[in-house]
Design a protein around this ligand. Structure first.
Ligand SMILES: Nc1nc(C(F)(F)F)ncc1COP(=O)(O)OP(=O)(O)O
Ligand SMILES: [Mg+2]
Length: 222
């Protein structure tokens, strides 16, 4: 099983901002500040793509963003880079099927780190649960512009299929999600809405976060 209490993870998963320096034209710390004020519950530092930061620059940015999250009670997750996550004592790590093996990451990270795993099939979902994932990343639900090697969008049915197969651990939906389509994704069984451009490209990241947060106020979340 996972490391942390599923109720805690489910609560934190709700409005899940994922971003790196390439996802916004404004300084990422500024966007993160606004998003935190707007009510995001979880943040993933995903520094990827052409021109992404590496080495000392990436570590320094990660430390700054981690501090902002720590000051606001928003857990800080590092995407892909397990060593960086452990080095800066992040709150968790997210890995996909082409990254380090989830069971290995759980061994390295111990039980007190949040471990997220991207899954695209029921088989991958079962394996991730066995490996000790605290949450699953399911998507892309809709067409995404934020990941150039994304698979074909599945629609909210993919979330329903995960639940139909008796997989009850927290699930974050990802891929083209925004305040306009988020409600149907929650109703399909997602515990969290993971977004990149819906917040990073919004005229007001604050307002975008507020609108996503409001979807959980009146919806029958699990
Ligand atoms: N980064 C992610 N975060 C989530 C989360 F659940 F957190 F919403 N779900 C899925 C992904 C995609 O993970 P992956 O397939 O490794 O691609 P990449 O490393 O390019 O993001
Ligand atoms: Mg990855």
């Amino acid at each position: 099983m996972g490391g942390l209490d599923p109720a805690f993870v489910r609560e934190k998963l709700k409005v899940y901002l994922i971003a790196g320096s390439k996802d916004t034209s404004s300084p990422l710390p500024v966007v993160l500040n606004e998003a935190i004020a707007g009510g995001i519950t979880l943040f993933q530092f995903r520094e990827k793509g052409p021109g992404a930061m590496e080495g000392q620059m990436k570590e320094a940015l990660a430390m700054q963003l981690l501090k902002q999250c720590r000051n606001s009670g928003v857990p800080f997750i590092v995407n892909d880079d397990v060593d960086l996550a452990l080095q800066i004592d992040a709150d968790g790590i997210h890995v996909g099927q082409d990254d380090e093996d989830a069971a290995e990451v759980r061994k390295k990270a111990g039980k007190n780190k949040i471990l997220g795993v991207s899954v695209h099939t029921v088989e991958e979902a079962y394996t991730a649960v066995e490996a000790g994932a605290d949450y699953l990343g399911a998507g892309p639900i809709y067409k995404t512009g934020s990941k150039d090697d994304a698979k074909k969008e599945s629609g909210p049915e993919w979330i329903t299929e995960i639940r139909r197969n008796g997989i009850d651990i927290p699930v974050a939906a990802i891929g083209g999600i925004n305040a306009g389509n988020g409600k149907e994704v929650i109703e399909a069984g997602a515990d969290g809405l993971s977004v990149i451009s819906a917040i990073t490209m919004a005229p007001s990241p604050y307002q975008a976060a507020v609108e996503l947060t409001s979807l959980f106020k009146d919806s029958k979340s699990r």
